[in-house]
Design a protein. Structure first.
Length: 369
């Protein structure tokens, strides 16, 4: 490096230390594993691509898309299509996000602030805590029950009483554990919450359970979904549904034009062919059951029940890192959860792939165990 370059780097370093918020300096950025050339079972993506006829039709629309203009600020076509396929109650309003990650941020901006608390359970989706940290909010993570990964009503109700959270996030089914929480306890939490409870239904395409139909029976309930796990992860579209009073406030924090023209057109188009995604996601559900059985039949593996498109599994003590690396060397990428939370010791999380990918995963597993 040139002398000038070195001098500048030091200067920047000092200025960074002086001015960047210490809590941001202390963070590490969200890590995504290198996946080139590997069978990708680490990120809950849908393994299936679009049928050729659908692609052709989509390309025709793309050709006619003008990108010199800003997108429609409210994306009404997208909202209508979402209402049609998701059974959103007529009186509920929608806010759209660039992925549901962005909606978590908008909710936290709307209800957060100095001295405000965001509460969730642990282990769960890490963005709840990360976004609370970005915004300088208090974050409280209440541990789930060991073994079942279900909600611990005693601890949760005590934490709600003590911390009076502005927002409670509950992923249903939960990531990375895959289970649905006890419905009666969920309702108890919604009842006891002083502020908003966001039920994050990112894995809705893989379960029959949902809080969507309860949306207008409780003033404090909001339901969040995403199209990512259904098969449109690359387009980035999330939605928040809830009573008009809450939605109008969250909408104020939405950056103008957050849903770009390609996403608006493509999502509308895809949802008009929703049957394609229903076929794909039901194939994934069937594969999940086969994969669960295959894993349960193996020695030294404890798979946990799943209502999502992934399976959490526990290996014999001390084995997770070595198996994770072994799988990678055999060409299969999964996610190691070991070390991310005490309740996830010796655990890996594998996304359900297509039958060929699942078989490749199982035989790689057999060869490294
Ligand atoms: C994947 C995931 C999300 C984020 O989805 P995007 O819409 O892609 O940002 C949100 N919540 C949970 C629980 C998830 O697993």
């Amino acid at each position: 490096m040139s002398k000038l370059g070195r001098m500048n780097a030091e200067k920047i370093d000092n200025l960074v230390k002086k001015w960047v918020r210490p809590d941001i300096c202390g963070l590490s950025s969200y890590k995504v594993q290198e996946a080139t050339g590997l069978i990708k079972l680490d990120a809950m993506e849908n393994p299936y691509i679009w049928p050729e006829t659908l692609r052709d039709d989509w390309f025709t629309r793309l050709r006619n898309l003008d990108v010199n203009r800003y997108p429609h600020p409210q994306a009404p076509g997208v909202k209508l299509a979402l209402r049609r396929v998701m059974g959103i109650p007529e009186d509920a309003q929608l806010v759209l996000g660039n992925g549901s990650d962005e909606l978590i941020q908008m909710i936290a901006i709307t209800l957060g602030g100095p001295g405000r608390t965001i509460l969730s359970v642990e282990p769960s989706f890490v963005m709840y805590q990360m976004i609370a940290t970005f915004l300088g909010l208090n974050y409280v993570g209440v541990p789930l029950c060991p073994k079942t990964f279900d909600l611990d009503p005693g601890r949760l109700l005590a934490a709600i009483e003590e911390h009076q959270p502005a927002v409670i996030f509950l992923a249903y089914p939960n990531n990375p554990t895959g289970n649905l929480f006890d419905e009666a306890v969920m309702l108890q939490i919604i009842e006891a919450a002083p502020g908003v409870v966001v039920v994050d239904e990112a894995y809705a395409p893989f379960t029959d359970a949902s809080f969507m139909s309860r949306l207008l029976q409780n003033e404090k309930l909001l339901v969040m979904r995403t199209l990512s796990k259904m098969g449109l992860a690359g387009l980035r579209l999330g939605l928040l549904a809830g009573p008009a009073g809450w939605m109008a406030e969250v909408e104020k924090t939405r950056l103008p034009y957050n849903i770009n023209v390609m996403t608006q057109m493509s999502v509308e188009f895809a949802l008009n062919h929703h049957e394609v995604f229903e076929e794909q996601t039901s194939a994934i559900r069937a594969s999940r059951e086969r994969l669960l059985e295959a894993l349960a039949a193996r020695d030294g593996i404890e798979p946990f029940p799943s209502d999502a498109n992934f399976i959490l599994l526990r290996l014999s003590k001390g084995n997770a890192e070595q198996v994770h690396e072994g799988l990678r060397s055999k060409g299969v990428l999964v996610k190691s959860m070991h070390g991310s939370h005490p309740l996830l010791a010796d655990c890996l999380r594998v996304t359900v792939g297509n039958p060929g990918e699942n078989d490749a995963f199982l035989s790689a597993l057999d060869s490294v165990l």
